[in-house]
Structure formats: C-alpha cells, structure tokens
Design a protein around this ligand. Sequence first.
Ligand code: HEC
Length: 120
Amino acid sequence: MSALPGWKLAGWIVLVFGTVGCGGEDLGPEVPACDTALEVTWSNWGEGFMLTHCSGCHAATNTDRHGAPEGVFFDTEEEVLENAASIVRVVLESQTMPPAGGIVADDLVLLDAWLHCWTD
Ligand code: HEC
C-alpha cells in the first residue's frame, strides 16, 4: 500500500500552484473593472459632465465663483487631469462636490471609469 498515491500528489501540486497563480498576483482592485469599463474620455463625456456639474462655479471665466477656490478650474482636459486626485476625493469619496449633490449613480460610475481607467 503506497503512503501517498501519485494522483493525490499531482492534485496537491495543481492546487498549490493554481492558488499561487491566481491569488499571488497583486492586480489591485481597479484592474478587473477597467477591463470591462466603458471607454470614457474628455470628448465623449468628461467635458459635458464638467460643464453641467462643475463649471458653474469652477470655470476660469466666472466672476461669481460661489466661493470655489481660485486656480481650481476644470475648463480643459489638462486642468481636470491635474486635479484628478482631488476630484476623486471630493466627488467620489467624500461626495462633497458639487455642494448641492445630485450626481446620478451612472455618472459617478463613468467619472470613476474615466479617471481610473482612461487617463495616464
Ligand atoms: C455651487 C458651486 C460649486 C459647484 C457646482 C462645484 N463646486 Fe467644487 N468647490 C466649490 C467651493 C465653494 C469650494 C471650496 C470649498 C470646499 O472645498 O468645500 C470648492 C472646492 C473644490 C475642490 C477643491 C477641494 C479641495 O479640498 O482641494 C475641488 C477638487 C472641487 N471643488 C471639485 C468640484 C467638481 C469636480 C465639481 C463638479 C462635479 C464641483 N467642484 C462643483 C464650489 C462648487
């Protein structure tokens, strides 16, 4: 009687290496979602979103900024990307911008996809 039949040993090796192969790679939480995220860009969505929800206070040309800080402008893609980390923080995480709220869930998903998956 063999102590450890060959098929059992083989099964063990597959189990161990199989587990390492999947769980061992640190892909981070965003990567699998980005594989299936809609392609969101400044021109197909971002510009319109910023104009609708943010530019009322944050446009560089505003004379009445409703207290929005000088220098926090979202008129161009570059300005948005420079501020991407802050935008993620205040719109997606703390949800303190826009001050009146009102961003629908679908737009939050698109904003998340745009800033996490489609920008460098
Ligand atoms: C009704 C006016 C108004 C609208 C609309 C608005 N903001 Fe603001 N925003 C402010 C004011 C006032 C501040 C400064 C006070 C504060 O930080 O809460 C500010 C600050 C910020 C800051 C800097 C916060 C920090 O702590 O660095 C960011 C980033 C920002 N807003 C992003 C946005 C984005 C993105 C939108 C659109 C989704 C938006 N805001 C819409 C008024 C507005």
